[in-house]
Design a protein around this ligand. Structure first.
Ligand SMILES: C[S@@+](CC[C@H](N)C(=O)[O-])C[C@H]1O[C@@H](n2cnc3c(N)ncnc32)[C@H](O)[C@@H]1O
Length: 249
């Protein structure tokens, strides 16, 4: 069941953390993810506020430096942001400590494998004992292609949700042989798959017990190809991004 810690990834993302936000392609991918997800987050938020008087509890897995986290935070009650690379989490923490910083982000450095992991907030605001919080929404952007065992990962996410809670996981699609060029050749180590095969993801979400499964292209990212053959140099490819949704019964 366990998803082994990927040390290659951890080394790479720790090394890249300080400069992560300076990559225009990363910024553009996050902007498009946010624009695509915003209507869903707003609509879930409004429904939750109407029903219970409080906003959405969100978990983001693989938050990196918090590019998506900090955009989503103003729309929700609280967002717990988990990443395995402490360099990434330190960058996110630095965005949460200024006088005008969002106060509803909880950054955690952890390979989350257990929905009852004590690093997660308690379900009971007044006490750290008891069960862990269950979430209304789980986000994860550009992470699935790094996860060795996606089935175990989805099982864990399902168990982190409240009944009726949902996942909205975004990553580039495995649309064919060119999908491998999403990463420069030199950065393929630690990449588990070159994008997400659409039907494979639909089947996995059903298999682990999600309902209302929908996996569809949410947007296209035009990305310049780096580090491949001379013919590819300076060329751009349109990468389809999937939004993978499912609801906990
Ligand atoms: C391509 S980066 C994306 C970061 C961020 N979501 C963004 O779009 O800027 C992938 C991130 O996932 C993290 N990661 C990889 N495997 C993970 C796992 N099993 N649990 C949590 N984070 C993970 C990495 O440390 C890295 O920060």
């Amino acid at each position: 069941m366990a998803t082994a810690p990927n040390t290659v990834n951890n080394k790479r993302f720790n090394a890249e953390a300080a400069n992560w936000d300076n990559n225009p392609s990363v910024q553009e991918a996050t902007r498009l993810a946010y624009e695509t997800l915003r209507p869903l987050v707003n609509s879930l938020s409004e429904t939750k506020v109407t029903a219970s008087g409080s906003g959405l509890d969100v978990l983001e897995v693989g938050c990196g430096t918090g590019l998506l986290t900090t955009r989503v935070a103003p729309l929700v009650r609280e967002i717990v942001a988990v990443d395995t690379a402490d360099g990434m989490i330190e960058m996110l923490k630095s965005k949460t400590t200024g006088p005008d910083s969002p106060r509803n982000i909880v950054p955690i450095c952890k390979l989350l494998e257990d929905p009852e992991d004590p690093v997660l907030p308690s379900d009971d605001e007044g006490s750290s004992a008891g069960g862990r919080r269950k979430f209304d929404l789980i986000l994860s952007h550009l992470v699935l292609h790094h996860i060795p065992d996606v089935k175990s990962f989805l099982q864990m996410l399902l168990a982190c949700l409240r009944p009726g809670g949902r996942v909205a996981l975004t990553d580039f699609e495995d649309f064919g042989p060119e999908a491998i060029k999403f990463h420069p050749k030199s950065k393929l180590e630690g990449v588990e798959r070159h994008g997400i095969p659409r039907q494979w993801m639909v089947d996995l979400l059903h298999e682990v017990g999600f309902q209302q499964v929908n996996v569809s292209v949410g947007w296209m990212l035009e990305k310049e190809i780096e580090g491949w053959d001379d013919e590819s140099h300076g060329k751009t490819i349109q990468f389809p991004f999937l939004v993978c949704e499912g609801v906990r019964p």
